[in-house]
Design a binder for this molecule. Structure first.
Ligand SMILES: [Mg+2]
Length: 173
């Protein structure tokens, strides 16, 4: 049970991770959580730094795929504006839907990394699917109600992981 909550790596935010990290790991696809990983849940359209991130990664041959638990409406609008593929209503921490969609896209598990701001949904899902993952800190203070509930579990878990030195910085790879 406990192992499911230990992230492969940790970063302050997606925006600080250097492309060399992904290259070293042979990653070609970034499965990115949307809310509080890329933008606030209140931000309907991708912010400038997200557009830049997408373009910089594409130049290196790395594709962003948004993998969100949020509704089709929210995710479709954001992802289409960004011009990336996406999966919505994923029901993370469960990995069944994610695995099914990756298989349909003919994407191998060893060429992806999942990045998200929540241990109980993002990291747990990725570990369950045996996918490499990065835990980030919250991008903005505000969370939607379901996430506010999840934080009751997330915050103490994060403290425990930190105390046990189980949050390995991405620069250590
Ligand atoms: Mg999130």
């Amino acid at each position: 049970m406990w192992k499911r909550f230990v992230p492969f790596a940790h970063a302050q935010s997606i925006f600080e991770i250097d492309v060399s990290f992904y290259k070293k790991l042979g990653v070609k696809f970034l499965l990115l959580d949307l809310d509080n990983t890329l933008d606030s849940y209140k931000t309907e359209l991708p912010s400038k730094r997200v557009v830049e991130l997408k373009e910089d990664l594409l130049m290196e041959g790395i594709e962003i795929i948004i993998t969100s638990n949020n509704t089709g409406k929210r995710v479709t609008k954001y992802a289409k504006a960004l011009g990336v593929r996406f999966m919505s209503k994923l029901a993370k921490p469960f990995s069944k839907r994610l695995l099914k969609k990756l298989k349909a896209m003919k994407i191998h598990l060893d060429e992806v990394i999942l990045i998200g701001d929540q241990i109980v949904t993002d990291i747990s899902c990725a570990n369950g699917a045996k996918i490499k993952n990065v835990l980030t800190e919250k991008l903005v203070p505000e969370d939607q109600p379901t996430t506010r509930f999840n934080r009751l579990f997330d915050n103490p878990l994060r403290k425990k992981l930190n105390k046990k030195h189980l949050l390995k910085d991405w620069r250590e790879f």
